[in-house]
Ligand binder design. Structure first.
Ligand code: PLP
Length: 437
């Protein structure tokens, strides 16, 4: 850390524009997940590599990375060139292009479960397609999801994503907790919720033989990075196979981030279907459902409808191909090194400052929680962390030029080099000291 403490950055111009925005944009922002950010939601001019440049003239080291997609950092030349070249050819054909064939071929080459694919425009949509396919494939209704796992904002899955502990029922038999006003209780029809990482509960439920699908983040990332317990994924895989239940991994965060094969490649457990988004196209609105040919082909021969005006749009497919081609083993090794240094460095600085923190997950996507004695095993553990202190920490970090998500996730890109990590650790050291003061 520097001997002289520089003045905290100001975000006054962002705050002013957000206030003005509210006259035309509901809440001043275009996603609820960009609201309620301390000290204010930010307005940006541009971005480059690991940096964001805001309207107050600040340069910020970015660990939001667009909520995860920017695995190659901001404005990677290869993606920019590919999209510019595609734009010379057109934008949206309402038909097929060579680029979507190549994008599909690359996903099927990288991802263990992917025999077939359908592209979509958002992770939320891809999850809907996966659930519809699973119900059609099995002729069953029930879909099991897990507390704290996020599968998009649509009515049928926005349950128990952030359950207040007092409304969520007993830990071993949670009740679905609505995520939004305006969501009908009937939308939970066919959805059942279990705590994650407890194999016996899944086995017991699947043994009844009426479950269409189990959908999960194979390693929790959205609410906080929690690893699967030893044998858990293998056990769920076996129980699904035995019960004729479709296993869906939601790899919207982990896909192309935990390696080219995603979480399924990392853990060596292959689901029947998987959904992708975010890092697949480095910031372009691309998502996908991929998996077993006999299930995906139900859209061709089984009467299952899957649509979308913007599916496989030309520019998005150019970005997908350019991104996937850039995902070399060397690139992942670099992210791994940088992220591991950052995780270790943060642990050391928290310890030196006397801040009780757990840093969990993977170098490419990790999570920091304050006030826990041990890494969380499921969402209810995580819900006991000290969120107020963590927001004070991310606010102090932002004032020192580092932007990290208030819910604790840190995303790395291939442009976060040693100098960027060192600058981040200096800011962490200062912010942790402020926190203790
Ligand atoms: N699934 C997971 C695990 C996610 O983290 C997200 C988004 O954060 C989604 C699904 C929904 O994706 P999208 O925001 O592209 O609709």
């Amino acid at each position: 850390a520097t001997a002289e403490t520089p003045a905290p950055l100001s975000f006054a111009e962002s705050a002013r524009r957000i206030r003005d925005n509210a006259a035309v944009i509901a809440g001043g922002v275009n996603s609820n997940f960009r609201m309620n950010i301390a000290p204010t939601p930010l307005v940006f001019e541009r971005a480059d590599g690991p940096y964001l440049f805001d309207v107050d003239g600040n340069r910020l080291i970015d660990y939001y990375l667009g909520m995860g997609p920017m695995i190659l950092g901001h404005r990677p030349q290869g993606v920019v060139d590919a999209v510019s070249a595609a734009m010379e050819r057109g934008i949206l054909f309402g038909g097929q292009s060579d680029l979507e064939t190549e994008a599909a071929r690359l996903v099927c080459e990288f991802v263990p479960c992917a025999e077939r694919i359908r592209f979509a425009s958002s992770g939320s949509e891809a999850d809907q397609a996966a659930i519809r396919l699973a119900r059609a494939a099995t002729g069953r209704r029930v879909v099991l999801k897990f507390e704290g796992h996020y599968h998009g904002w649509f009515d049928n899955v926005l349950w128990s994503t952030a359950p207040p502990p007092d409304a969520a029922g007993p830990a071993d038999h949670p009740v679905p907790v609505s995520g939004s006003r305006g969501q009908l209780g009937e939308a939970a029809y066919g959805i059942e919720v279990l705590p994650w990482n407890d194999l016996a509960l899944v086995e017991a439920r699947l043994a009844q033989g009426d479950v269409a699908a189990v959908i999960m983040e194979a390693t929790m990332c959205n609410a906080g990075a929690i690893r699967p317990a030893d044998g858990y994924l293998e056990g769920v895989r076996a129980a699904c196979s035995a019960a004729g239940t479709v296993l869906i991994f939601d790899e919207v965060i982990t896909g192309f981030r935990l390696g080219a094969g995603g979480a399924q490649g990392h853990f060596g457990v292959t689901p029947d279907l998987a959904t992708f988004g975010k890092a697949i196209a480095n910031g372009f609105p691309v998502a996908a459902v991929a998996g077993r040919a006999d299930i995906l082909d139900l859209v061709a021969t089984g009467g299952v409808v899957h649509g979308g005006t913007y599916n496989a749009q030309l520019l998005s497919m150019a970005a997908t191909v350019a991104t996937l081609r850039a995902l070399t083993p060397d690139l992942y090794a670099g992210i791994e090194r940088a992220g591991a240094r950052l995780m270790e460095g943060m642990r050391a600085r928290f310890e030196a400052a006397g801040v009780r923190a757990v840093v969990t997950g993977y170098p490419a996507i990790f999570h920091v929680a304050f006030g826990l004695d041990a890494p969380a095993r499921n969402y209810r553990d995580l819900a006991r962390s000290d969120k107020k202190a963590y927001v004070a920490f991310t606010t102090a970090l932002l004032e020192r030029g580092v932007r990290a998500l208030e819910r604790g996730a840190w995303f790395l890109s291939s442009t976060h080099d040693d100098a960027v990590i060192d600058a981040t650790l200096d800011a962490v050291e200062d912010a942790a000291r402020v926190l203790r003061a």
